[in-house]
Design a protein around this ligand. Structure first.
Ligand code: LLP
Length: 432
């Protein structure tokens, strides 16, 4: 009925999330509010784990891409599920460190890591520093030697694959700020250099071909290209790279038209491709890593807002204004992303109007969506925007000095705050 399996309508006609009435949640915590369903987060983690067990003999690790939704409690859940984690800044790394996330299961990304970031990663013993470029390789080698350590690295490779996704979030093609290109020989030069460096242990190769991808073929093609590269390295240097990280990017259902591939189908096809390529090219099956972000957090979250003004401009459109907007969800403003909207206190009623949901920022583009089918919304109603668990809280801002909402976690019919809402003191906290 809704885009995410954890949503339903109860006999009072209210939207429920993880079995809890959203109207009750709003009574307790107010709006705007992010709500995450712990049960679904865990289920999504387990499905990736199971698919690696089933199709790749368990010889792999799913590392949650924490840029999708990052806070201490999320990292605790990921740790408890036995997954690894992908971090991309000192802030995400620090969040992991602050809950004693196992260092060997951390992949540290970034196209321009600072020395401070690299030092912190070395000190903590991060298992996979994903090196993006030659400058970083040199810096890391010197730092590791000065620490008397050897840095375990992977190289971020651009496999040159067009994954047919939104231009803003496509990162696998050659014109990308991320990684080393295969076709120019840049990646091979970097590998040769790394294997000769005393401060570097080349553990693996990494690629990430984009985000919100619905097609399995580009993933399988990327896997094949990467195995071919491992074979070339083996043939020409004698060194066999033992690990392959295939990144994230698995699409989710934001609106009914979206049709994500079940994740085990992805793993099935990619595993077959890897096995075939390894056999043909005479390389050992690598240990594989994948980095799902959106597909773990996205479907598990909703955002709740209170309707304020409703403004109908005859023959043009109706604006329904809410008490949040681009500060808690900038994705429509940035990518024209589509979402499903529900009047949570009238969820049993037909969605028989189409409206523009507008935020409260001083900015015309501050919209959550246009032409959104929804029930008749009046001032005081609660609007739920669905599948907002990924890249909403993590991309929120304080534009217009609007405090960030709290994050509530739902589990076994109970709710708890996992991130407090900001107050006005937080807004002026760093002002002198
Ligand atoms: N691994 C790497 C190296 C990545 O760069 C990303 C996402 C992921 C994993 C996780 O991808 P996922 O499974 O979540 O698609 N802000 C954009 C998404 C940017 C994704 C950036 N990298 C959005 O709101 O759609």
């Amino acid at each position: 009925m809704f885009v995410s399996e954890n949503l339903d309508v109860n006999p009072s006609g209210h939207l429920t999330v993880g079995g809890v009435d959203t109207v009750d949640i709003v009574k307790e915590y107010g709006t705007p509010l992010y709500v995450m369903d712990e049960g679904l987060i865990r289920k999504n983690c387990q499905s990736f784990k199971k698919s690696i067990d089933m199709y790749y003999g368990g010889k792999g690790l799913a590392c949650y891409a924490s840029k999708a939704f990052c806070c201490k409690e999320m990292h605790r859940i990921i740790k408890d599920e036995g997954l690894g984690i992908d971090v991309v800044s000192i802030g995400e790394l620090y969040t992991a460190m602050s809950i004693d996330f196992p260092a060997e299961k951390i992949c540290f990304h970034g196209n321009n890591k600072t020395s401070e970031e690299l030092k912190t990663a070395l000190e903590y013993g991060v298992g996979n520093i994903v090196v993006d470029n030659l400058t970083e390789l040199e810096t890391l080698n010197s730092l590791a030697l000065s620490f008397g350590k050897r840095a375990s690295i992977m190289f971020r490779i651009k496999p040159g694959i067009d994954a047919h996704t939104h231009d803003f979030i496509m990162t696998g093609q050659i014109d990308s700020k991320f990684g080393l290109a295969l076709e120019t020989g840049e990646a091979f030069e970097a590998v040769k250099k790394a294997v000769s460096m005393e401060g570097i242990l080349l553990k693996g190769l990494h690629c990430h071909i984009g985000s919100q991808i619905f097609d399995i073929d580009p993933f399988a093609l990327a896997a094949q290209v990467m195995i071919e590269f491992i074979a070339k390295i083996k043939k020409e240097t004698g060194y066999e790279v033992p690990q392959l990280n295939l990144g994230g990017g698995f699409g989710i259902k934001y609106i009914n038209e979206n049709d994500p591939v079940p994740y085990d189908k992805y793993m099935e096809k990619v595993s077959i491709k890897i096995k075939e390529a390894c056999e043909e090219l005479d390389v050992n099956l690598p240990f594989i890593l994948i980095e799902p972000g959106r597909s773990i957090a996205g479907p598990a979250g909703i955002t709740l807002y209170t309707v304020g003004a409703v403004k109908t401009i005859p023959n043009i459109r109706t604006y329904v204004s809410i008490d949040g907007g681009m500060t808690d969800n900038p994705r429509y403003a940035l990518y024209q992303s589509t979402y499903e909207a529900v009047v949570a206190n009238k969820a049993d009623k037909p969605r028989d109007t189409k409206v523009t949901i507008a935020g409260k920022c001083c900015e015309s583009g501050d919209l959550i969506g246009e032409n959104m089918p929804i029930q008749q919304a009046e001032p005081g109603d609660t609007i739920a925007i669905l599948a907002t668990g990924a890249y909403n809280y993590s991309m929120s801002s304080n534009y217009n000095r609007i405090p960030k909402p709290a994050v509530v976690m739902v589990k076994d019919g109970k709710t708890r705050i996992v991130v407090k809402k900001e107050d006005l003191n937080d807004i002026v906290r760093n002002d002198i």
